[in-house]
Design a binder for this molecule. Structure first.
Ligand SMILES: C[C@@H](O)CC(=O)SCCNC(=O)CCNC(=O)[C@H](O)C(C)(C)COP(=O)(O)OP(=O)(O)OC[C@H]1O[C@@H](n2cnc3c(N)ncnc32)[C@H](O)[C@@H]1OP(=O)(O)O
Length: 706
């Protein structure tokens, strides 16, 4: 097997160990490297000419991306996983025990096991490259740092800072890492190796420790104080995860035990907890998301057809969505965007949307004001069709009115180039209907963003029957440059995400009208794992938006989409949700707690007396979403269960630890779901009737994922 590690020596006695895993774009740590690394360490220990060691990556712009997640996925028992962790501990302890100074020279991603390797070195220097990021993101995979990170990081940067990094999985930029004492120095890439060699020659020295606050120094310096930190961290974790994610609690336990009983005991606890997490269903689900999104990055969305370059975009509409789309186009994709609106108000909204986000980065010292201004210069505005002849793509984000969108199509075909793509951000109108106004329907496509645009990772790319493959590929590539995860879905009212969301929301509305309280509904679904409850979501999206979409879905997709008519009373009472400060919740109050606007019950003519248990409330709403997701797969609206899982997780926050609707059905078993749906169909109506694909899978015992 080709070597992954090469040891070279230079004239002043410094050895340089270069890691370069053959055939891989990223270095990752694998069990089979153990013997090779041990052999290198033995050679170093026996060669007394060597005065210091530098560890560096042979990859362009990446240090080490962590342990090979596929290797973890291949573990068949907790013992397998525990041995991997223990092997890592042995190697890193041996590295740390070298009597000569060992320096990690970091350029590019240094994550997970990669950072744990660097932590086992005596010093660390990284480049100031925008690609250099350091972090322990294992928690996002349902894991914990299993290579000693739970022990070394707190001892280097302090307990509070270490817990924050490990419990959030946040990735630090070079300056942040220097400030907290994670690295000794930050230098330009051109002098990284030279600096590391000089550091090795200068002898071991600890990095500058971040100035801990007096409170933290007192708390972390005493056992009682440390227990306060751990107990507080545990309380915050449980408040956030509702017990759905086991990793955070185990991370806290590793640090607590290690700081109390010493590093070796801490490593033992770490290996045990790491092993349990590798085998947990939650981590399996979260790892599947990583594999899915990595696989999706390589897909054009249109087979072998290549995307055309997008050098300039135009955004029609400077409102909430248009402003967000313009912002991610300029600040993420770094593509010039010309925003057109009918008045200056819309234009200033788009500009301020981008400026506020960029200025946050300046205030947090993530970017300079010059960088902010350079990015802002990419956004220009107009109230007329001027300066857009060379636009490669136009994204319309105007009011949900078919006639208006038809006018936009005609304007763009008149004012822009023959190649210009017309992408509609419509959330419900079939793209084929929008394309009816087009002379070049092959250039018309749907590009559906989710609000807030800068935060929600998903976009739906919706092809109608005449959309060209080149238009699809170009739109997918454009969305990726904006930092989005695109799924290509087929045309149809509500596409995929809004379609499965609508039935879930309607069922919550039915439960409300049957006497369940707003807070009971929302708390139940949040405890299940959604980021917010259905009534909160309706307030955020807009009760008027929901009311506009529902009849479209009912007309196009059938009676099961009929929304409860009682909800019309809400609009009659001018309740649109957060947007006009009147909805299911109170707005503008001094109370920190989110309070239900109790007057909403009188408007709906109900009294919240029902007390169904939370599990029943959850099941009633979630099975509607599951059934419709399968129907979308059955009808070809989504191309695969993988896309359906990612679309639901990234589009509406379907609980990631369940892996998405399709993985959740696999776990539950299609037969069980069909049984529940049939019972509900008897008790509550035909809208619960299981779709044919589900019934067939229940009979054959097949699953969506292998
Ligand atoms: C010992 C314990 O502490 C356990 C661990 O270390 S668990 C692993 C912790 N590390 C991570 O979670 C990092 C996962 N990777 C990423 O976040 C990203 O890949 C990146 C930020 C490192 C780079 O992103 P990007 O530039 O977009 O590149 P890709 O995501 O497309 O990745 C390029 C190829 O590298 C493969 N890859 C990256 N990380 C891993 C990994 N940890 N294990 C296995 N493979 C990894 C990825 O699959 C791509 O492979 P391809 O063949 O080129 O498609």
């Amino acid at each position: 097997m080709d070597k992954s590690f090469t040891l070279s020596r230079n004239e002043n006695g410094i050895a340089v160990l270069t890691m370069d895993v053959p055939g891989e774009t990223m270095n990752t740590l694998r069990a089979e490297f153990g013997p090779e690394i041990s052999e290198v360490l033995t050679e170093i220990r026996s060669d007394h000419q060597i005065k210091g060691l530098v560890i560096i990556s042979g990859k362009k712009d990446s240090f080490v991306a962590g342990a090979d997640i596929s290797m973890l996925d291949a573990c068949t028992s907790a013992d397998d996983a525990k041995q991997l962790s223990q092997q890592g501990h042995e190697v890193f302890l041996a590295l740390e025990a070298l009597t000569i100074p060992v320096v990690a020279a970091i350029n590019g991603p240094c994550l997970g096991g990669g950072l744990e390797l660097a932590l086992a070195c005596h010093m660390r220097v990284c480049t100031d490259s925008a690609k250099t990021m350091m972090g322990l993101p294992e928690v996002q995979l349902g894991l914990l740092p299993g290579g000693g990170g739970t022990q070394r990081l707190p001892r280097l940067v302090g307990i509070t800072t270490a817990l924050d990094m490990m419990l959030t999985g946040k990735q630090l930029r070079p300056k942040q890492a220097l400030k907290m004492g994670l690295v000794n120095d930050v230098v330009p890439e051109s002098i990284l190796l030279r600096t590391a060699i000089e550091m090795a020659l200068s002898g071991k020295k600890m990095p500058k420790k971040a100035k801990a606050s007096m409170v933290n120094r007192v708390l972390e310096g005493t056992s009682a104080g440390r227990n306060i930190i751990f107990d507080q961290a545990l309380k915050q974790v449980n408040k956030k995860t509702h017990g759905n994610y086991p990793a955070p609690e185990k991370i806290i336990d590793c640090v607590r035990q290690g700081m109390t009983k010493g590093l070796i005991k801490g490593l033992e606890v770490e290996a045990t907890h790491f092993a349990d997490l590798v085998m947990s269903p939650e981590s399996e689900a979260l790892r599947s998301i990583f594999f899915a999104t990595t696989e999706m990055k390589k897909e054009s969305g249109a087979g072998d057809v290549q995307a055309k370059p997008v050098k300039k975009a135009m955004i029609l509409g400077g409102g909430l969505m248009g402003g967000g789309i313009a912002s991610v186009t300029t600040t993420k994709a770094k593509i010039p965007a010309r925003v057109k609106d009918i008045n200056e108000t819309g234009l200033s909204n788009a500009l301020s949307y981008a400026y506020k986000l960029l200025d946050k980065g300046v205030k947090r010292r993530h970017m300079t004001s010059a960088a902010r201004d350079n990015l802002m210069a990419l956004m220009t505005t107009t109230t007329e069709y001027k300066g857009i002849k060379d636009a490669d793509i136009v994204v319309e984000a105007v009011f949900e009115d078919l006639g208006l969108k038809h006018q936009m199509v005609k304007d763009v075909e008149r004012e822009c180039g023959e190649h210009t793509i017309f992408a509609s951000n419509t959330s419900s109108l079939p793209i084929s209907q929008i394309a009816e106004a087009a002379q070049r329907p092959e250039n018309v496509i749907g590009l559906h963003y989710f609000s807030p645009v800068e935060k929600m990772p998903l976009v739906e790319v919706i092809a109608h029957e005449k959309t060209s493959a080149e238009t699809i590929a170009t739109t997918v590539a454009f969305a990726r440059k904006q930092g989005k995860t695109p799924i290509v879905v087929q045309d149809g009212a509500g596409f995929y995400v809004n379609r499965i969301l609508a039935l879930y929301m309607n069922e919550a509305a039915n439960l409300l009208l049957q006497g369940e309280s707003v807070e009971h509904l929302d708390k139940a679904l949040v405890k299940f794992g959604f980021p917010v409850g259905p009534m909160t979501l309706l307030d955020e999206v807009g009760i008027d938006v929901g009311a506009k979409i529902s009849p479209i879905l009912e007309k196009e997709l059938g009676a099961r989409f009929q929304a409860p008519t009682a909800f019309d009373k809400l609009l009659g009472d001018d309740r649109k949700g957060r947007k006009n400060g009147k909805g299911f919740y109170q707005y503008g109050t001094k109370s920190k707690k989110k309070l239900v606007d109790e007057s909403v019950y009188a408007v709906l003519g109900i009294t919240p007396t029902a007390t169904s248990d939370a599990a029943e409330v959850v099941q009633r709403c979630v099975v509607q979403m599951l059934n419709e997701a399968v129907r979308c797969l059955e009808e070809g609206i989504i191309a695969s269960a993988r896309d359906g899982d990612i679309g639901a997780i990234f589009g509406i926050g379907f609980p990631p630890f369940l892996g998405g609707p399709f993985r959740y059905i696999d776990t539950m078993g299609p037969a069980k779901l069909v049984e529940i749906l049939n019972q509900y169909a008897q008790d509550h109506g035909e809208r619960f009737k299981p779709c044919a694909m589900l019934v067939e899978m229940a009979e054959t015992g097949s699953r969506f994922h292998s």
